[in-house]
Unconditional design. Structure first.
Length: 368
């Protein structure tokens, strides 16, 4: 078994415009010290993948800063390793790609130069820990052309979900887009295994026929022609499809069972930042919270996630909030259900409150 990974860093940016205004979906901070791309990257590396291509589009400076040479994921290699794929590729109009199929057309050179048997395509909107080698074993066992990873989950933002229908053998017999009814269903989790030469043939066929959409023009209309199978993943999987889902799934990390499943036996790697240990003042009180290194806490923190370098002033009370890197919270501040982006300054005695379904959001660099 040999596979090359391809990660789409920008697809789904429109689902969280508040957080992706100055960054890609892949570089969205998560869980106190991670970025969303860390989960896809780590799962690929843990499955033995040694070459990963990152498709970029725009606002990717923070992504480049985070990834660096790839050494934190053991991808700083002489051959293969981490490969950044630029946003301008083999597109007729010479502009930015508009969809997944155009992005794939732009990396045909990268795929053609590889000699691995399979390609694993991943997006950055999922938080999960999965053994992708099991997916490839399933793909080989079924002699599939395409294997899509599915997961049962409550439907949040309907535009983000494709419902998968399969028969008793696991073969996909139908797809439902933008489901109208909310509830629990088996949906496509934006992870796919496909034979590399088969993918190249599909891309060339799409160019010759003028196809525009990978899902509609290639997969959906050819379900009977191609062997498309669904792999059911039953572990923890969170889809970030809105600001409220971002808040909800961050809060789930306060549950030890979720943390153990997500960060258990197989590591999730991220960029190392050598910060000093967190300093707790004599008047500080911290309950059921995740506090990263480099913080200074002199107030009360409950049911919250503090990223690296956060400062909480004396008499401040932070509850049910996600506070991103290097945020400064002044003395006497009261926060409840708040998300602050990086480098936010909240001056003394401010009171800010949201709710679970609509958290109060402060953009990067805001001073209030």
């Amino acid at each position: 078994m040999s596979a090359v990974g391809v990660i789409f860093s920008n697809i789904h940016d429109e689902n969280v415009p508040e957080l992706s205004r100055q960054r890609t979906m892949g570089s969205l901070p998560y869980g106190g010290r991670y970025r969303l791309i860390d989960f896809a990257l780590s799962n690929l590396v843990n499955a033995g993948v040694t070459t990963v291509g990152i498709i970029t589009k725009n606002n990717y400076q923070s992504l480049l800063d985070h990834l660096g040479s790839g050494k934190d994921w053991d991808l700083a290699r002489k051959y293969g390793g981490l490969v950044l794929l630029p946003p301008f590729g083999a597109i007729d109009n010479g502009g930015l790609y508009k969809n997944r199929l155009e992005a794939l057309k732009g990396i045909t050179g990268f795929l053609s130069r590889r000699n691995e048997d399979y390609v694993i395509l991943c997006d950055c909107d999922g938080v999960y820990r999965m053994d992708l080698s099991d997916v490839i074993d399933y793909h080989e066992k079924k002699q599939a052309d395409i294997t899509i990873v599915c997961h049962p989950e409550e439907i949040g933002n309907p535009s983000s979900y494709d419902i998968v229908k399969s028969d008793e053998t696991g073969r996909v017999i139908g797809l439902e887009f933008n489901p109208k009814n909310k509830g629990k269903a088996k949906y496509y989790s934006n992870i796919m295994v496909i034979n590399r030469t088969f993918l190249l043939n599909l891309i060339n066929e799409s160019i010759s026929h003028g196809y525009k959409n990978f899902r509609d023009d290639i997969i959906l209309v050819n379900l009977r022609r191609y062997n498309v199978y669904a792999y059911d993943f039953n572990g923890y999987h969170a889809t970030i499809d809105s600001l409220s889902s971002y808040f909800k799934h961050n809060m789930e990390l306060l549950d030890k069972k979720v943390r153990d499943e997500l960060f258990g036996a197989r590591d999730i790697y991220t960029k190392v930042r050598d910060s000093a240990p967190t300093k707790y003042g004599f008047s500080s009180l911290v309950k059921n919270s995740l506090v990263s290194d480099g913080c200074v806490v002199e107030g009360t923190v409950e049911n919250s996630i503090l990223f690296r370098g956060v400062k909480v002033g004396k008499g401040a009370v932070v509850r049910n909030s996600v506070i991103m890197q290097d945020t400064v919270i002044g003395d006497g501040v009261k926060l409840n259900c708040v998300i602050t982006d990086k480098n936010v300054v909240i001056r003394d005695n401010r009171v800010l409150s949201g709710c679970e379904v609509q958290p109060y959001f402060l953009a990067k660099g805001t001073m209030i």
